[in-house]
Design a protein. Structure first.
Length: 556
């Protein structure tokens, strides 16, 4: 027999935690299985193909069960729900109950078998995972629904209130699947009650289920102390369901703020904002474009085509923020690891190109280089993972804010921050988490920060950049608090900055299109405002940021 545990290759590939050696050897099946992701392989390390689930069929050897005495469930209840027992010989029940799971329109979708002869719960499920009780739905009478964790709870609840729809989950691990499959159906009810077990796991699963349901319709039911679930309460003191439903707590209580709580929250917000000033980007016209300064709480997206130098420009902005403001910068790079980015910042600081590092290494004893390294390593923090998942990135961001007093976070490139970002649901979730992170958490004593996101485009190169060309689409457009387009021909040094979305933090009065020039020799974008000149008989001013340099454009 092989060792009991080893590292799961699928979890490792996804960048998930494998420190617990989550691939477990199963003697009875003689194969490896990961209980985190479901991956299986044989003794030689060859992945096993998933077997197709058997279609559910009602067994022929069924018998009507008189009652389920241990749980106090009556025979009429079992019969109404279509629950029968299995028999080994005529008229002899073997202790196994059969729960048929049917869809809304009546067809059989799955069967759950439960052995009632053992103290511990023993289940077996055949067919498609689905709520138990959908076949009991009556459109004319059911306006409220109760979600239960166990078969005994839902049937006990039905005995006390048959005028509500009672749905049970075939195992709490299937909560997400069941709710997603019936999302529109559940939203049609006037009230949704979540009545899970009264233990830590049950309360956690109840909160998880509530997050996927309409908050204004959903309520969570609590049971008395020392009562594990409703079936136990039903046997000890029947007739208590209506009382606990009426005393259930609304989910929206955690989301709505009003009265003294609202006033107190705003006072804390105003006090925290007064402690932190906005950031000077080092570019006067860029400051005007985004409303005067880069404020904490701002999520600024800079969007441009590949190869136009948007990463280099953003690095210049980050360097200026670190230099001109009393703050540190966290750089989350998905294209360059920390050493390459530090080299780029060294070039910006020294205003010269580091063409080649000799075999002996950089001369750290060189006074100019030593000072530059000391300054930059004190001002910058780098995320050191080129293929991250956002959960890891978010944890690193929060740590950097708490431990290193980071005031600006730069993500280069946004679309590579998580392998699932391209999926609309996941992209929206990540953007919302970034917005929440930028605004701080006063209870956690985490101050607000500014965030700059570097974004790719879609469509034909050379076409004007609009919000429709942002890769990630609506998720980035809707959640970014400010969006600036970065345009220009790859063969030229001129770049154009234009405002695609005005800042929500500071409503800019400037509609200018700002031209920037890159100095290849000094590795810098600089600001320059030439004198107004006449063109076509009309007086027109052109604003430029930068100085004329070589004709070699900056590269990302």
């Amino acid at each position: 027999m092989p060792d009991d545990r080893k590292r799961c290759p699928r979890c490792a590939k996804r960048g998930e935690d494998t420190s617990g050696d989550n691939l477990v050897w199963l003697d009875e099946n003689e194969f490896w299985r990961c209980f985190a992701c479901g991956y299986t392989e044989d003794t030689e390390g060859v992945p096993r193909k998933k077997k197709k689930k058997k279609a559910a069929e009602i067994p022929e050897n069924l018998i009507q069960v008189v009652s389920w005495k241990e749980k106090g469930i009556k025979s009429d209840t079992l019969l109404s729900w279509g629950v029968f027992g299995l028999y080994d010989r005529p008229d002899k029940w073997n202790g196994t109950l059969v729960f048929p799971h049917k869809g809304l329109d009546g067809p059989l979708t799955g069967i759950q078998y439960r052995n009632t002869t053992t103290p511990e719960k023993k289940f077996r499920y055949v067919g498609k995972v689905e709520f138990f009780g959908l076949h009991m739905f009556d459109k004319k009478t059911h306006t409220e629904v109760i979600l239960w964790e166990g078969a005994t709870d839902r049937m006990s609840g039905w005995e006390e209130d048959p005028f509500k729809l009672h749905l049970g989950v075939p195992g709490v691990n299937n909560i997400e699947t069941c709710i997603q499959q019936n999302a529109m159906f559940l939203r049609s009810f006037d009230r949704i009650y979540i009545a899970f077990d009264n233990d830590t796991a049950g309360r956690e699963w109840a909160d998880f289920a509530a997050e996927m349901l309409p908050v204004y319709k959903t309520r969570i039911v609590s049971w008395p102390d020392k009562v594990k679930d409703f079936n136990e309460l039903h046997q000890k003191k029947p007739g208590q369901l209506q009382f606990h439903l009426s005393n259930s707590h609304p989910v929206q209580g955690d989301y709505l703020v009003t009265g003294e709580t609202l006033q107190s929250s705003f006072e804390e917000y105003a006090l925290e904002q007064s402690k932190h000033e906005g950031f000077d980007t080092g570019f006067e016209k860029l400051n005007e474009l985004i409303g005067g300064q880069l404020d904490r709480g701002e999520v600024l997206t800079i969007v441009g085509e590949t190869g136009t130098g948007k990463s280099t420009f953003t690095a210049n902005v980050a360097y200026n923020v670190a230099t001109l403001n009393n703050t540190r910068v966290l750089w989350v790079g998905t294209e360059m690891l920390h050493n390459l980015m530090l080299r780029k910042f060294l070039e910006i600081h020294l205003e010269k190109r580091i063409r080649r590092i000799p075999r002996s290494g950089l001369d750290v004893n060189d006074e100019e280089l030593g000072e530059a390294l000391a300054f930059l390593t004190n001002k910058f923090v780098f995320f050191n993972n080129i293929v991250p998942s956002f959960d890891v990135v978010e944890e690193a961001m929060i740590t950097a804010i708490h431990q290193y007093d980071v005031g600006l976070i730069v993500v280069d490139v946004l679309q590579d921050i998580d392998s699932d970002f391209s999926e609309w649901r996941e992209g929206t979730k990540i953007m919302q988490q970034l917005v929440a992170l930028s605004q701080g958490d006063y209870e956690d004593r985490r101050p607000p920060v500014a965030i700059i996101l570097v974004s790719h485009t879609i469509g034909n190169d050379g076409d004007p950049i609009t919000t429709a060309r942002i890769r990630g689409g609506g998720a980035v457009k809707q959640k970014s608090t400010c969006i600036v387009a970065f345009e220009g021909k790859v063969s030229k040094t001129e770049r154009i900055l234009s405002l695609l979305k005005k800042s929500r933090m500071n409503d800019s009065d400037s509609n200018d299109v700002v031209e920037v020039l890159y100095d290849q020799r000094k590795r810098r974008y600089r600001e320059e405002v030439p004198e107004p000149h006449r063109e076509g008989g009309r007086r027109r001013s052109r604003r430029r940021v930068g100085v004329r340099g070589d004709k070699n454009p900056p590269r990302e």
